[in-house]
Design a protein around this ligand. Structure first.
Ligand code: CTP
Length: 396
């Protein structure tokens, strides 16, 4: 499968599902973890089976779902022994309490005690329960022993009340699993990523934009985060899920983007300009809405070239540009590398199958002053890791 990610590939995960209303999300979670290249074995508590059936999780995981401590006498030892990582999602207050105090009265709690690797929990409960000091103490005790916690989110809860207690969304749980498994080789980097298209306004309601989905830039931001970097994401308008843990700065126009990039540059060690900045903007923006009866003739002027501007600065971070070309015009990319004084440029031919707009894959050539590295068709997540690998190699 093409959207495998390096960090999940061939990892054996043990997922514990407990009896919270968010248990339905565990089916999607299993699918996304498998998409990433992991194998998943599921253990359900008795209460979890009131919310979602073992059959659903069996179909999603393509694996037997385990529910009973006694059906296989050694399951509580063999299941954890064969796992690289354990995830509990949703994790109820009861499970958290049992785990914090070393209680083991069913298959899941017994496996947790027998497991020697890292454990991630995604709490899910009513806000009154979550904020109860005893639950907070139990969580603090687990965290002090190296357990990783993701969420919960603030928001509308199943009971209709608002507050902290909603289990994190599936992409955030997957990202937290990846982060817990990943090497932290970028812990000393502060990476600024731009992503998505810019919008250049014609009048109050109309704008010029382009086909960029933002997927490549968001993949770089996620990969940098899981590898331990401090990440700021300056994003044009996209429909993508905002990665949890980034400093997120939404922008619309090329001029906005330049302003925000300038603000962030002094505290950044690397700038990855994955945004598809519009090259042209209307010479003047009409304040209201232009009525169609007048017709429309646009006078377009150049937008600021953000990379060019930053490359002229005295104190500039490591600069990475993208060259989206139609056709194998590697020469153009090399020219941009020189002209914009970049440290690295990522060339891709947007007419190649699987390498264009709005797809989850990309086929790129990484070009710097010394080397040209052609990569096969990969998921954007894998391309993101390859870009970050190359940055660390060049900077070393
Ligand atoms: N870029 C930028 N500011 C712009 C336009 C582009 O910083 N106004 C950045 C892009 O984010 C990308 C790189 O420059 O990292 C190359 O962009 P691309 O559009 O491929 O090249 P251009 O330099 O705009 O040249 P051309 O459109 O003539 O191919």
């Amino acid at each position: 499968m093409i959207n495998k990610r390096k960090v999940l590939k061939n990892k054996a995960l043990l997922l514990g599902v407990t009896g919270g209303v968010a248990a339905y999300k565990s089916v999607e979670l299993v699918r996304r973890l498998i998409d990433g290249g992991a194998s998943v074995s599921v253990i359900m508590t008795e209460a979890a089976q009131k919310f979602v059936t073992p059959l659903s999780l069996e179909i999603a995981s393509l694996n037997t779902v385990h529910t009973d401590l006694y059906s296989h006498p050694m399951a509580h030892i063999t299941l954890p022994a064969h796992a690289d990582f354990m995830v509990i999602a949703p994790a109820t207050a009861n499970l958290i309490g049992k785990f914090a105090h070393g209680l083991a009265d069913d298959l899941l709690s017994t496996c947790l005690l027998a497991f020697r690797g890292k454990v991630l929990i995604a709490p899910s409960m009513n806000w009154r329960m979550y904020t109860n000091p005893v639950v907070q103490e139990n969580l603090a005790s687990l965290l002090s022993r190296g357990v990783v916690q993701v969420g919960p989110e603030e928001g509308r809860l199943a009971c209709g009340e608002e507050g902290p207690g909603r289990m994190s969304e599936v992409p955030d749980i997957v990202a937290a699993v990846e982060s817990a498994l990943a090497k932290k080789d970028l812990a000393n980097e502060r990476i600024l990523v731009t992503a998505g298209p810019t919008r250049e306004y014609i009048d109050h309601v109309r704008f010029i934009s382009n086909r960029s989905s933002g997927k490549m830039g968001y993949a770089v931001a996620r990969a940098a985060l899981r590898r331990g970097a401090d990440v700021t994401l300056i994003s044009g308008s996209t429909s993508l899920h905002r990665p949890q843990g980034v400093n997120f700065i939404p922008v619309e126009t090329a001029e906005d983007m330049l302003r925000k990039v300038r603000e962030e540059i002094p505290s950044s060690t690397v700038l990855v300009m994955a945004a598809a900045v519009a090259d042209f903007m209307p010479g003047e923006k009409s304040p209201g809405k232009i009525a169609k009866k007048y017709g429309l003739l646009l006078n377009l002027v150049r937008t600021p070239d953000i990379l060019m501007e930053i490359s002229r600065e005295k104190r500039r971070p490591f600069l990475v540009g993208f060259a989206a070309e139609t056709g194998e015009k590697v020469g153009n990319a090399k020219k941009k590398l020189k002209e914009k004084k970049l440290d690295l440029i990522v060339f891709n031919d947007v007419t190649e199958p699987g390498a264009g707009f709005d797809v989850d894959t990309n086929k790129v050539i990484l070009i710097d002053s010394k080397e040209q590295k052609k990569l096969p068709l990969l998921s954007k997540d894998e391309v993101a890791d390859a870009i970050l690998d190359r940055i660390t190699e060049i900077k070393a």
